[in-house]
Write a protein that binds this ligand. Sequence first.
Ligand SMILES: C[S@@+](CC[C@H](N)C(=O)[O-])C[C@H]1O[C@@H](n2cnc3c(N)ncnc32)[C@H](O)[C@@H]1O
Length: 426
Amino acid sequence: MIEVQLLAVQAIREVFAGANLTEVLRNIWQTGSHLTPQQRGAIQDIAYGVLRHYGQLDAILHKLLNKPVQDKQLHYLLAVALYQLRYSKAPAHAIVDHAVSSSRKITRNPAVSGLVNAVLRNFMRKRTSLPDQIRNDDIARYSYPQWWIDKLRQQYPQDYEAILLAGNEHPAMILRVNRLRTSVDHYQAMLDAQNIDSEWLWDTALRLSRPVAVEKLPGFSEGLVTVQDAGAQFAAPLLDVEAGMRVLDACAAPGGKSTHLAELAENIELTVLDKQEDRLARLKENFSRLKIAGYQLVCGDAMSPSHWWDGQLYDRILADVPCSASGVISRHPDIKWLRRPEDIDHFAQTQTAILNGLWPLLQRGGKLLYVTCSVFNEENDAVADKFLTTHEDASRLPCSHGMLGRGQLLPGSHHDGFFYALFRKN
Ligand SMILES: C[S@@+](CC[C@H](N)C(=O)[O-])C[C@H]1O[C@@H](n2cnc3c(N)ncnc32)[C@H](O)[C@@H]1O
């Protein structure tokens, strides 16, 4: 457990220094080829768990310590052990003993191991009363930065608490059944045969009762299913693509939504664009697993079509723009600590520039779907409203799916948070 704790500390420290958790863990796996699948699972669970509950763990630590620990590694080690004591099934004495041994790897100062032992044992004595003592502190209660809580409270006076808490849940694993290759009923029967429990949500979305490694999913390598959040599965149907249409997915990688477009209508002329070459490589893998061929792959900037556009207008455009990702916090708990308040306006500027860049490429009568996985109004309705005021030839269509309301899907137990705005060129 010592190596597990120390590698989890490394991951958390790198995230708080500005790195993305997925990449940090990828690097740890690369250098730690000796780690067993169980150890990897434990490191991942601890790193995600500590980031999910960091506001609360940090506040508890402050209550337990007379003065804050200066050494960051030691501070994160205490947070790791607190998380394990509070949320894992590992025996408490083993967690404490290993944390004491881990602290000796961090520093040779003998006083430190005594401190770690004392703090953790003190926590065990006070564990029932401590959470109540920090209830009035927003950051401790919700485990988000204060600016984030304030923004949601102001924008969603009724729903902010549910949104915050949904982001601290374990995310569901959702599949999209490839209806070109199978049916939902048939695929559910295949899952049943493997004792994988699933629930039908809507259209081709199936929710698994617990996550499964993709290699264990029947027919995954043959392209029968894709792992995709149920909220993300609204995008492609909203564009009502038909055979023969020219379709552009302008922010396409890794291809979750463009592969869905290709599954909904065969024989569309599909162009997939993305600015990042390495992400396009992942898109290619997904297209090839799903056996989708005949698409055009372009590496380019959606804001500057003159560099890559062939001059022929599109019937449909999907703009699944870069955003704060504030709607997908249950999958990426690092994001809430990495974002800064000023990032939100920067995203809104980029989003507006992408919309402005793409609009001239749309056929008259054509549709453009603007998508974010954000819950912040600045990136959603504010961008959509500004776009309408600056483009007289644009009108906003209702998003026909009942759940979407004004286009804002709030994160919940069945799906992440998304925003959809559908525009038609008049
Ligand atoms: C939200 S992700 C897209 C997810 C994708 N649509 C899917 O469903 O799998 C946004 C993508 O936009 C790309 N991107 C960011 N800025 C861009 C730009 N100016 N032009 C084109 N692509 C851009 C990023 O590289 C990233 O892959």
